[in-house]
Ligand binder design. Structure first.
Ligand code: TXA
Ligand code: MG
Length: 339
């Protein structure tokens, strides 16, 4: 199969629609990361997404809708505080998990009695969703466990020959996946941290929890995706804490000395120090937004140019950095489960 990369216009949208209504999957841009989209009502299309991606069968998908889509077509119950959340943050990088059964293909929610719904703000995504006018389920468009994609080229690198079309909407601005927030209880609970933070949600509805399953006690995890090894570049990785800068540099020099190609991923303020040590530096950026936007592209760059990635945790840990650190730790194989 030939994989086309097309900018978003009337013609490419017509082609995308044709693919979706004949049960195929399409690479699509969003403001967070690119997705691999298929018709949420079509069992075979949903199963195809799992197969193409190599995704574990118990990890549910997010349904993406355009901003005027009638939510009641796909959910059973709209919690009282949900409207305030939608008005504050949607369209945007917040996925809401509603009570829902039997409205879309049974393969979407993997047996959970909920449906995750997202209204992306990316204009190209909105144009595509409006053209098809159905919910499109879309996981991040990377092979399972690999680094998430923030450009059409990243999607191509993972799926060339396996999908017919990638809609090219430029580089994803946000850079990490949406905040996933369960709204089936009395107050919202964050299942996966992202660009919409706990503090931002609290400012709108007062209370917001953060989910951490007690796995030792055998509790069933609410959002299966949080358990998996994820976001991993195909090179060795080693993560150092922010107070271990000197150790990280010493380790990187030692490995470099053995003939390994080593890159050091670190925030902007450390760049001079790393370069003075004669090491290759991947500039993570100077603030949380930059770090979110650059993370996945830098992890993909690392796997193509180095044998080992030495990453140094940024100093800032709260707000958007919770989501960034969550991804960085998982990418570097740390034991930081579930967030
Ligand atoms: O920003 C994003 O959310 C991107 C773009 C493409 O929209 N999508 C994305 O999808 O990150 P994916 O499949 O890579 O991650 C979906 C996450 C997983 O952690 C999954 O377990 C969780 O959402 N999820 C999906 N449906 C759920 C549900 N019904 N209940 C709880 N968690 C759910
Ligand atoms: Mg993913």
């Amino acid at each position: 199969m030939q994989t086309k990369i097309e900018t978003i216009n009337a013609e490419s949208l017509r082609y995308a629609k044709e693919i979706i209504f004949s049960g195929g999957v399409v690479g699509m841009p969003t403001e967070t990361v690119y997705g691999l989209g298929g018709n949420a009502f079509d069992d075979a299309a949903v199963q195809k997404i799992f197969a193409v991606k190599g995704r574990p069968a118990d990890n549910p998908l997010i349904a993406h809708i355009h901003k005027d889509y009638d939510l009641s077509k796909i959910i059973d119950y709209d919690p009282p505080y949900a409207k305030a959340l939608r008005e504050a943050f949607l369209p945007g990088p917040l996925t809401l998990v509603y009570p829902s059964t039997d409205k879309v293909s049974k393969f979407v929610s993997c047996g959970l009695k909920t449906l995750a719904v997202r209204v992306p703000s990316h204009e190209g995504a909105q144009a595509f969703l409006r053209a098809v006018d159905i919910p499109i389920v879309a996981p991040s468009a990377n092979l399972s466990k690999h680094v998430s994609p923030t450009s059409a080229k990243h999607v191509y690198d993972d799926f060339a020959g396996k999908i017919p079309l990638i809609l090219d909407g430029g580089e994803s601005e946000g850079g990490i996946e949406s905040t996933v927030c369960d709204i089936t209880g009395e107050f919202p609970v964050i299942l996966r941290p992202g660009l919409i933070t706990k503090e931002m949600i609290e400012a709108v509805v007062g209370t917001c929890g953060e989910y951490a399953p007690n796995l030792a006690a055998g509790e069933r995890v609410k959002s299966p995706g949080v358990l998996y090894k994820h976001y991993s570049p195909r090179c060795q990785t080693r993560l150092f804490a922010d107070r271990e800068v000197l150790d990280a540099i010493a380790y990187a020099k030692q490995e470099n000395g053995k003939g390994k190609r080593v890159c050091v991923l670190a925030e902007e303020s450390l760049g001079g120090q790393i370069r003075e040590a004669g090491l290759a530096w991947l500039n993570f950026g100077g603030n949380e937004r930059e770090m979110a936007a650059r993370l996945y592209a830098l992890l993909r760059e690392a796997e193509s140019v180095c044998d080992e990635l030495v990453a140094i945790e940024p100093k800032k840990k709260d707000g958007v950095m919770k989501g960034v650190l969550n991804r960085l730790k998982k990418a570097c194989n740390s034991q930081d489960i579930p967030h």
